[in-house]
Write a protein that binds this ligand. Sequence first.
Ligand code: RRO
Length: 309
Amino acid sequence: PDLGTEFLERPLANPLMNAAGVWCTLAAQLDALADSEAAAIVTKSCTLVRRDGNPEPRYRALPLGSINSMGLPNEGYLYYLDYAAHHDYDHKPLFVSVSGLSLDDNLTIVAALRDVVLPALLEINLSCPNVPGKAQPGYDFEAMDELLAEVATAYRRPFGVKLPPYFDFAHFDTVAQILNRYEHLAFITCINSVGNALIIDTGQESAVIRPKDGFGGLGGDYVLPTALANVNAFHRRCPTKTIIGCGGVRTGEHVFQHLLAGATLVQVGTALYEEGPGIFQRLARELAELMAHKGYRRIDEFRGRLKTL
Ligand code: RRO
């Protein structure tokens, strides 16, 4: 089968890419993604100024996924703009994830990205759960609308948002209504980690990560159903926007489920962290095998065509 797809009218070899935050903080990691079977790349969410992030241990692999409270460690936005300036866009698209700590910081970074006039794609992260004292804009609908209004005015090219998971139809409706007001908000990435979970080690009677008394974002198998629900909820409510699925992808079958729910691209976080960039070749092979088994020749034949009872 043909794994080819299109993102904002650009043909891609397959629908796979990394999730922001995983294997994308340093140039050498991004280069490894550029050399992998991933069809696109996104950089670690950046702030105005370089950050060390939270104290370690701040990531733990678990039998069913991961918990993290990294705290936005990154090299500062100029580092990623420089990386973007040297990236080969004919080879694969590059997204730059932006997670300024204030509206002003976000606008400074967005203006810089606009002014360098690169084909890089802006993904605004509305959903970092791990910076002590900073609420997620994704859970403050007024703040989210204000931020999007300012970004959409300053930045006239297609851009997207990375959303936190939502758990209520009223929230799906409200958020979709806000996003639909912005015409060149072209893509929606669902979901960021399921924030502020607590994993307890029974033997040690202890939290397993140091920051925030052990509270952190869940990824991996734990979050697949929540991710699929959010992908499908926004696919239904935002028909003019492209959905990027993220959450719980470890096998080709998980990729297939995200596509069926309405995703156009599918990001890989925890499983990439654990397996490394070689995972994209395995996922592509597993997706191709599943499609062949089902008699599908192209992703278009099933994407978004989830059946209901
Ligand atoms: O760096 C982090 O702690 C982090 C971020 Br910015 C995010 O958006 N999601 C996440 O799980 N961790």
